[in-house]
Ligand binder design. Sequence first.
Ligand code: HEC
Length: 88
Amino acid sequence: MLLLSACGGDIKVDIENYPQPDSKGAIAYIESCSSCHVPPQPALYSTHEWDVIVTRMQQRRMEKRMPMVTNDKLELMMDYLQRHARQA
Ligand code: HEC
């Protein structure tokens, strides 16, 4: 079991609860998205919704003056989210 928590915050996420927990995509996702809240399951949103959400979350980071998620991580994460997104 691997527990990752970003930014020394209080949010603990069990990556085993997400699809393909050993993949780079899953790790990039949990690392990038667990600073402010528990990252939602990929299957909750469609591919289009993920696009919109991730863009908005970059804005949330900016508002908090947190560094942007880097492009390589973003790519890994988008690929992961698209692959496991809700089919619709
Ligand atoms: C800087 C803090 C912060 C980070 C980092 C962050 N979020 Fe959020 N997230 C929020 C806040 C605040 C809300 C509620 C307001 C909103 O929906 O914009 C939210 C809401 C959400 C929602 C619900 C949105 C909806 O449309 O109902 C989803 C899904 C989400 N975040 C996904 C993510 C993902 C994916 C990442 C990583 C890329 C991420 N969050 C990173 C602050 C953050």
